[in-house]
Design a binder for this molecule. Structure first.
Ligand SMILES: Cc1ncc(COP(=O)(O)O)c(C=O)c1O
Length: 441
């Protein structure tokens, strides 16, 4: 039950805030957040296994992050790096370049959102390579601004194709592939090889998520990213990795592309980069980022508060061993969910790396996607005190991305609540009328 003020705010939210900026899974009104927990305006606490769409990697309100923000706000809230540089922005750029592999000249572009980083890729690859087209993947999500939407192969973006010339190819999905992982990998690489088979092909580059995130938390088969990197080198394409969701420790490597040996020419970063203060980046070959001087600049991008928090976020991730922690606790969480899968035939697959886990729900008899059950489970989980969101081109994959500071007890509690929510959903405890306004995407 919502209290009056909560119900009133939600009504005003419905009336005033554009539907174009919403995907809602349940009613809630946020009061505050700390660590892995969020609190609603009635004082009820929820264990947050979403980390606000994989943003709160260091947890909410980490003291070092808060201190960095406050200290920088006291110095200045703003300079426009377009015309007056500040030290913290340069320091963060240096740090990011230092973390990327590759013995070529690299630079950093800063923005506020992953989408703006996607726009840079859409705008600049064709110019830097002097070829018009880009390859991306069906089901991929690179953002919602026009260029980023054009790169994407997700239903949330497909109505906006802009003027970017694209080829969208299937992303390998071992769970839904009729054959072994090697065959899955080879067949999907062959599709791309065919596109590039003419020496006068007109592709400038290829952009890929190292784990297809909003497309369903799909981990590609071993060797697939290496194969892509090799094809890009062989046919002279830029190989671009989108780390906006998977980056900054989440998958048990600092960057998810490090699970493979293929070296990217450019990497898109965002979301957890400054623990939720808007900040994104592309780190990559100078020839790409310098392709059009003054060609992709936003007045407040790379502002000193966001960059100071970005530096503090990296320090926390490194000093507190959050990358290793994600690998260790992610394995525990995955194991716990896999044990549930043995008892619930509605769980078709549990997959992921580190603390980026997908649970795909199916109709057991047909293995068809079960989006209705997923929506009910997330709704019920919230009532029980666990925050879960869902993704997937068939809206049937629960995305589990807790803050990387999650501990053993919280993981055990999360698994317990997940099971209870699933059992309750199967027992019909979620009414269609309650769920109707919260049907996600
Ligand atoms: C892989 C990936 N790239 C890009 C984006 C776009 O980022 P933003 O929502 O910050 O614009 C997202 C957002 O979900 C994402 O998951």
């Amino acid at each position: 039950m919502l209290n009056c003020s909560e119900a009133d705010y939600l009504k005003r939210d419905r009336a005033l805030i554009a539907e174009s900026m919403k995907i809602r899974f349940f009613p809630i009104l946020l009061e505050s957040s700390k660590g892995c927990w969020i609190r609603d305006t009635q004082g009820k606490e929820y264990l947050d296994f979403s980390a606000s769409w994989a943003v709160a990697n260091t947890g909410y309100g980490h003291p070092k992050v808060v201190e960095a923000a406050c200290e920088q706000v006291r110095k200045t809230t703003m300079n426009s790096h377009i015309s007056i540089p500040s030290p913290v922005t340069v320091e963060l750029a240096e740090k990011l370049v230092g973390l990327m592999p590759g013995d070529f000249a690299q630079k950093v572009w800063f923005g506020h959102s992953g989408s703006e980083a996607g726009d840079l890729v859409a705008k600049f690859l064709p110019i830097a390579k002097q070829r018009p087209k880009i390859i991306s993947f069906e089901g991929s999500y690179h953002g919602q601004t026009l260029g980023a939407a054009a790169l994407s192969g997700h239903s949330a973006s497909e109505r906006f194709s802009g003027s970017t010339l694209m080829a969208k190819v299937p992303y390998p999905n071992p769970y839904r592939y009729d054959g072994d992982e090697n065959a899955c990998c080879e067949e999907h690489l062959s599709n791309i090889r065919r596109l590039l088979s003419h020496s006068d092909h007109d592709y400038a580059g290829l952009i890929v998520e190292p784990i297809l995130s909003d497309g369903g938390v799909i981990v590609p088969p071993d060797g697939f990213l290496e194969g892509l990197g090799a094809l890009c080198r062989e046919h002279d394409l830029y190989y671009v990795i989108d780390e906006v969701k998977a980056g900054f420790g989440r998958t048990g490597q600092l960057f998810a592309f490090q699970h493979s040996r293929a070296l990217p020419d450019a990497v898109m970063l965002g979301k957890p980069m400054a623990s939720g203060i808007p900040l994104s980046a592309v780190v990559g070959r100078a020839e790409i980022l310098d392709a059009v001087p003054s060609g992709h600049m936003m007045t407040t991008a790379g502002n000193p508060v966001a960059c100071a928090v970005g530096l503090a976020t990296l320090t926390v991730i490194q000093q507190e061993g959050l990358v290793k922690r994600a690998a260790k606790y992610g394995a525990r969480l995955k194991e716990g969910l896999q044990m549930l899968a043995e008892r619930y035939p509605q769980i078709g697959d549990v997959r992921g790396r580190g603390l980026m886990i997908g649970v795909e729900l199916i109709v057991p008899e047909t293995v068809a996607p079960n989006p209705a059950l997923v929506a009910q489970l997330c709704f019920r989980a919230k009532e029980l005190g666990l925050i879960l969101f869902y993704v997937g081109t068939s809206s049937n994959v629960i995305e589990i991305t807790p803050p990387l500071i999650v501990d053993e007890e919280e993981i055990a509690r999360g698994i317990e609540l997940f099971e209870q929510a699933l059992a309750d959903a199967l027992a019909g405890k979620v009414s269609s009328a309650d769920l109707a306004p919260y049907l996600g995407w």
